[in-house]
Design a binder for this molecule. Structure first.
Ligand code: NDP
Length: 503
């Protein structure tokens, strides 16, 4: 066949005459080095895998749009939020956290909930989770925490002792642990879960007034979770069930949507707010800051190629547009570094040129040049430095965040706040959960914690007791622990408890 539209080519567009038989010296002879098609094919195949994300490795994604449904211009000057009815194209990626790229979608794990807004002021990345809180509030603890959720370095197996040893020595994790071990830790599908910013962010308007905000993407499909038994069965029968659900629903025109609700707090109210608004282990009670509806997120288009568009998608919470800014939350400050850093490692310094990541509605105009895989015009013949007098792009002071005050002595401060870490998980257990939620929570904990050493079980159960005595006593009963011993440990300081329960 003559070279035509369908002719197979090498990576460099040269027609391939035979893709079944390697070039050999004689019918049974060795392969010749000059078979450049074979060499190219093998060399490319050898490099097909890129480093998987250390966290959030298994994911699924889809395109769609965000539509503004309320006037929020008094809170933010972000242009994509400037008008009721305004629509912005988005790409969203959902994921589990701890498992590898091939792990089961039904794992008990928080779920990542990331949305890239292709705004006219550049890409805005919302990088949240399906839980409103997190396990730790200081980024120095993050690598250790993740190690304990992964595999034991000796056995290469998930290890309940590592998992619970760290958590029981990290009492601020109790709120997130309670959510994770409720059935919300195993959402039925990606469409049946909410997405929360978890962190506090800042919004500011065109007068320079600012507000502290938290995002809640509430599922329009309703919260639906799997029980422990269902999750186990599905993980075995269809490890990709949530990926499949997202893809198939969109193929069938059954689009998934979420309503964005915002909690918005004035700086005055923040001053005597009962909770530390920069502590990611806490929520803002709805009674104190009622959420207001702001917009709708709809996912309606599947990617055409998983690797190109989902695996190579890259989000960073530091990508905020004018009108939105990061807060002093220490975890958020570290994520602003770590996400970009991981993508540079995973995809290279020019990952912003990959179409799914490119700021398609506000093209890049920077002085960054060169590097691996610089596949655009690389600034052409224009100046590659600033300032210049050759008409290159210029900074625009209008896009600056208004100045904000910071003060204090530089030190490593231990966390102190009058409201302790046990009140909110206690409220969740006592006031929000139903009887069956509580039954499932206890069952899920007993099933998992029961595989850890007795001394670690005791230490962790004392934390449940501190959140609510009934909670602790029910876990103790399920594990066959001495309830008096749990009560005694719960009455100790964290340091004493750690000492008493160490090897
Ligand atoms: P509210 O009664 O006003 O809010 C409770 C919220 O908890 C609900 O609106 C719902 O949030 C969420 N929820 C409902 N069932 C469960 C469940 N089984 N597991 C986890 N979350 C559930 O009380 P508060 O605002 O005072 O919060 C009380 C506790 O509720 C908090 O300590 C926190 O643990 C939990 N919570 C609070 C959220 C908040 O932003 N205030 C958000 C989520 C949980 P949603 O509508 O977002 O699903």
């Amino acid at each position: 066949m003559a070279k035509g539209e369908k002719t197979l080519t090498t990576a460099f567009g040269i027609s391939v005459g035979d893709d079944q038989n390697s070039l050999t010296a004689g019918a049974r002879g060795p392969v010749l080095m000059q078979d450049v098609h074979l060499l190219e094919k093998l060399a490319h195949f050898d490099r097909e895998r890129i480093p998987e994300r250390v966290v959030h490795a298994k994911g699924a994604g889809a395109y769609g749009y965000f539509e503004v449904t309320a006037d929020v211009t008094k809170f933010t000057k972000a242009k994509f939020l400037s008008e009721i009815g305004k629509k912005t194209e988005v790409f969203a990626r959902f994921s589990t956290v701890g498992g590898e790229r091939g792990s089961a979608d039904a794992a008990r794990d928080p779920r990542g909930f990331a949305v890239k807004f292709y705004t006219e002021e550049g890409n805005y990345d919302f990088v949240g989770n399906n839980t409103p809180v997190f396990f730790i509030r200081d980024p120095l603890k993050f690598p250790d925490f993740i190690h304990t959720q992964k595999r034991n370095p000796a056995t290469n197996l998930p290890d309940p002792n590592m998992f619970w040893d760290f958590l029981s020595l990290t009492p601020e994790s109790i709120h997130q642990v309670t959510i994770l071990f409720s059935d919300r830790g195993t959402p039925a599908t990606y469409r049946n879960m909410n997405g929360y910013s978890s962190h506090t962010y800042k919004w500011y308007n065109d007068k320079g007034e600012y507000f502290w905000v938290q995002y809640h993407f509430k599922t329009d499909q309703g919260i639906k979770n799997l029980t422990r038994g269902e999750a186990r069965r599905i993980a075995g029968e269809d490890p990709d069930h949530a990926t499949r659900d997202l893809h198939e629903a969109i193929e069938q025109g059954d689009y998934r949507s979420w309503t964005l609700e915002m909690q918005i707090l004035t700086p005055e109210k923040a001053k005597d707010f009962p909770w530390d608004i920069f502590d990611i282990t806490k929520v803002w009670p709805h009674k104190e800051v009622p959420p207001i509806k702001v917009g709708k997120l709809v996912l309606n288009r599947n990617p055409e190629n998983y690797f190109s568009e989902v695996e190579q998608s890259a989000f960073c919470p530091g990508n905020v547009v004018p009108g939105i800014a990061i807060s002093p939350d220490k975890m958020l400050q570290a994520r602003v570094f770590s996400y970009h850093d991981t993508h540079v490692h995973r995809l290279g310094p020019n990952y912003h040129l990959i179409p799914v990541n490119a700021p398609k509605n506000a093209p890049e105009k920077s002085y960054q040049r060169d590097g691996f895989m610089r596949v655009d015009a690389n600034g052409g013949g224009g100046p590659n430095y600033w300032p210049n007098s050759f008409g290159g792009p210029e900074p625009d002071a209008d896009s600056l965040e208004p100045p904000f005050e910071v003060s204090g002595d530089a030190a490593r401060y231990p966390y102190t706040h009058p409201n302790d870490d046990f009140v909110q998980p206690g409220n969740l257990y006592r006031h929000v959960m139903t009887d069956s939620d509580r039954d499932n929570l206890i069952g899920n904990i007993v099933d998992h914690l029961g595989k850890a050493l007795k001394r670690i079980q005791l230490r962790q159960t004392a934390l449940f007791y501190k959140a609510d005595p009934d909670y602790g006593l029910r876990v103790a009963k399920g594990l066959g622990l001495d309830s008096k011993e749990v009560e005694r440990l719960a009455g100790m300081s964290q340091e004493e408890r750690a000492r008493e329960t160490s090897a």
